[in-house]
Design a protein around this ligand. Structure first.
Ligand code: PHE
Length: 343
């Protein structure tokens, strides 16, 4: 008898978990509690239980009956209160604590803006390695063998010797790579990090970021360069911006120039930012030297081109008036949160 009750209890518990509709509850009731159900059947057999066990068995049967009634009542209440909506619309895959959104780095913002402006003029983006060799950083770009830039003072060498390995000092190396692998027309901008062996201070760092540009085709002239740079300056610093080109020297361009823009603080009248001159320098540029074209397998008798290069930190300093270059790489959240429009 005891075993029978145990068996029935197991079955009842299992059946109780399977109910969910009113019909299933009724079936459960019929199976266990109706006149012909399992529990009344037990009660009928109770008569045959020896007197000394009656107390114990009676208790077990009563417990079972209570259990069946409770299962039915719980289920009826559940059905009456409607479907379980407590988890509806809750995303159980979400992290318990919300992750705070970061902000975009000011240098990323400025780089995106520079790339957007040149992109709108048809320039595509080209990238290359930061660890370079002498050919791509210097020799192909017409640097003389004894040029001071090759000196340990300016360049980080990883290996010196016949085949130097070094950290690129400018992204002009990417221009070499593209010229070597593509025939004109070429119209690219090359963003990236560059390295120079400088003492770290508010005004210099051992690495910084550049965007350089290159355009090579038939009949490209200095006037084309000037117009593209004027458009860039006005997009970047506002429609009132004026530009001025001063003669300069780079091994890889001839003629070469440095470009100033009219000071965006004083509008050209003279202030502390422009040191009273009304102009601030923002980039270097020039017509690609025929020696460079030749070194990269492009015929200078057929093609000509211009190149320009600027430091992203420099542009960001002018745009946001950051006084200390080191702030860009220190990752102080108070500084970083000042830029992105989301904050
Ligand atoms: N490569 C030069 C620099 O790093 C910038 C530059 C690029 C100048 C192209 C002229 C033409 O300073």
């Amino acid at each position: 008898m005891k075993d029978r009750i145990e068996e029935l209890k197991k079955e009842l518990i299992l059946d109780a978990t399977k109910m969910s509709t009113p019909e299933e509850v009724e079936q459960f009731r019929i199976k266990y509690l109706s006149k012909k159900g399992a529990i009344p059947a037990l009660m009928a057999d109770f008569r045959n239980v020896p007197a000394e066990q009656k107390r114990e068995i009676g208790q077990l049967i009563n417990d079972l009956k209570a259990e069946a009634n409770e299962a039915i009542n719980t289920m009826r209440e559940k059905i009456a209160s409607g479907p379980d909506t407590s988890l509806v619309g809750i995303d159980l895959t979400r992290t318990a604590t919300p992750l705070p959104l970061g902000t975009r780095h000011p240098l990323s913002l400025v780089r995106s803006e520079i790339l957007r402006i040149f992109g709108s003029m048809g320039f595509t983006i080209a990238e290359g390695p930061e660890i370079e060799d002498d050919w791509h950083v210097f020799s192909s770009l017409n640097f003389a063998p004894d040029h001071p830039a090759r000196d340990m003072q300016d360049t980080f060498f990883i290996r010196r010797g016949q085949d130097d390995v070094l950290l690129r000092t400018h992204t002009s190396s990417v221009q070499t790579r593209v010229m070597e692998s593509h025939q004109p027309p070429i119209r690219i901008v090359c963003p990236g990090r560059v390295y120079r062996n400088e003492a770290i201070s508010a005004r210099a760092h051992c690495f910084f970021h550049q965007v350089e540009g290159l355009y090579i085709d038939r009949n490209v002239s200095f006037a084309d360069l000037k117009q593209v740079l004027l458009y860039f300056a006005r997009e970047m610093f506002g429609p009132e911006t004026r530009i001025r080109l001063r003669p300069s020297y780079f091994p890889f361009t001839e003629p070469s120039a440095e470009m100033d823009i009219s000071c965006m603080i004083c509008g050209g009248k003279g202030c502390t930012l422009c040191k009273g001159t009304g102009w601030v320098e923002i980039l270097g540029c020039g017509m690609v030297d025929p020696n460079v074209l030749r070194a990269c397998g492009i015929d200078p008798e057929v093609y000509s081109g211009y190149a320009f290069g600027m430091g992203i930190e420099r542009i960001a300093n002018l745009k946001y008036r950051v006084r200390d270059l080191r702030l860009f790489s220190e990752n102080d959240m108070r500084f970083l949160h000042e830029f992105d429009a989301a904050h």
